[in-house]
Design a protein around this ligand. Structure first.
Ligand code: M6R
Length: 364
């Protein structure tokens, strides 16, 4: 049931404020002072390192979480594609928490990576949308994401719910390890509880994005740039676009631009720049200006302050509501999803069942 939407993907994008609020409600204690994990929970003071391995969009959720665990909880994190991790015999020792993120909970490579860590890591945690799945069952602690069934092959609401659970986990780790006071945790949880309303507000960008997508649909290639937590979002944007619109898209960390990809820039190259007005904004904007100086067509995704400062000369600007830096990746998933969706619709591709792809990849 598409609930009046033309595609499941559009329905699932629209559901995000609701499902994210359900995820938050499941984990945030009633008095909003702490985070409840299922079962016996997990003691982050017992580990000194995290390894994460996943595939596709779930892998980008892990990459985002690396910034959170490192910055908030001061825990070193290693993230790899499950398909690489499982074959490179990585040393996984006591004191390591291994975390596997998977919407389906059945992805073959992710399951194999989990099995490799069983008996080696101190604990196996999983973040899944299917509590009965193999990955959920074979982990010491499964953290459900409460996204509800996701039908579209392109992952949308599972991604934002995965990010929500991972951010809660990083906050829990930070607090448990004495890196965050009770008051700070309380304030951050209050900010997170405001996220669904901000996501609702952000949905007002859809009409504008539809117009931009009409033009993006005529491109053969696209680049996505971002720094810090916006780098994984750029990767996710490129994956989403290529998956459903078949436009060749690549993402780079903004700082990598001048190490190669800048050679690709000409008038035919749209460049999506993910840049909320945070501590890295000026750096990203200077990369953006290098793109514009070479004729590249910039689609700037930012907030009001960022647009005020940097939208001169850009091709299009997408303005999102203000949001805390840490939470921004969850909100900035919306514009990349809308861009991919409306570009695919403009091109007339099969949005929910893109060619050559399966919803669940149970063979390697
Ligand atoms: O079920 P999983 O989360 O383990 O699936 C991982 C990837 O196959 C999945 O995210 C894929 O990349 C999506 N089609 C992305 O939209």
């Amino acid at each position: 049931d598409k609930a009046g939407h033309k595609h499941f993907m559009s329905k699932e994008i629209a559901e995000q404020p609701t499902v994210v609020s359900e995820t938050l409600a499941a984990y945030i204690a009633n008095d909003a002072g702490g985070i409840n994990l299922p079962g016996d929970g997990f003691d982050f003071t017992k580990v000194n390192r995290i390894v994460m391995a996943s595939c596709g969009t779930a892998y980008y959720a892990c990459l985002t979480a690396k910034y959170w665990f490192e910055q908030l909880a001061e825990l070193p994190v290693e993230v790899d594609f499950a398909s690489e991790f499982r074959y490179r015999t990585p040393p996984v020792t006591d004191g390591t928490a291994a975390i596997f993120v998977s919407q389906s909970g059945e992805t073959a490579d992710t399951l194999a990576a989990l099995r490799y860590c069983a008996g080696r890591a101190s604990a196996i945690l999983s973040v899944t949308n299917v509590p009965e799945s193999s990955i959920a069952r074979e982990s010491d602690l499964n953290l459900p994401i409460f996204a509800g069934a996701e039908i579209g092959v392109a992952s949308t609401k599972a991604f934002t719910c995965q990010l929500t659970v991972l951010l809660l986990l990083a906050l829990k780790a930070a607090h448990a390890r004495g890196k965050m006071s009770d008051d700070t945790l309380r304030a951050k949880l209050a900010a997170l509880r405001g996220l669904p309303a901000i996501m609702n507000q952000a949905m007002a960008i859809e009409d504008g994005v539809r117009g931009i997508a009409q033009r993006l649909a005529k491109s053969r290639d696209a680049l996505f740039l971002g720094r810090g937590v916006m780098f994984p979002l750029a990767l996710e944007g490129a994956l989403k676009l290529k998956e459903i619109s078949y436009i060749h898209a690549e993402a780079y960390a903004s700082g990598e631009l001048k190490h190669g990809p800048i050679a690709l820039i000409d008038e035919a190259m749209p460049v999506v720049v993910m840049a909320p007005k945070d501590a890295l904004f000026d750096k990203t904007v200077s990369n953006m200006q290098e793109v514009m100086a070479r004729g590249g067509k910039v689609i700037l995704v930012t907030d009001a302050a960022g647009a005020e400062e940097a939208s001169e000369g850009v091709w299009h600007t997408i303005i999102l509501p203000d949001i805390d830096n840490e939470i921004a990746p969850i909100l900035y998933a919306l514009p990349v999803q809308y861009l991919a969706y409306h570009t695919a619709v403009a091109k007339g591709t099969d949005v929910d069942q893109p060619r050559n792809l399966a919803k669940s990849v149970t063979v390697e």
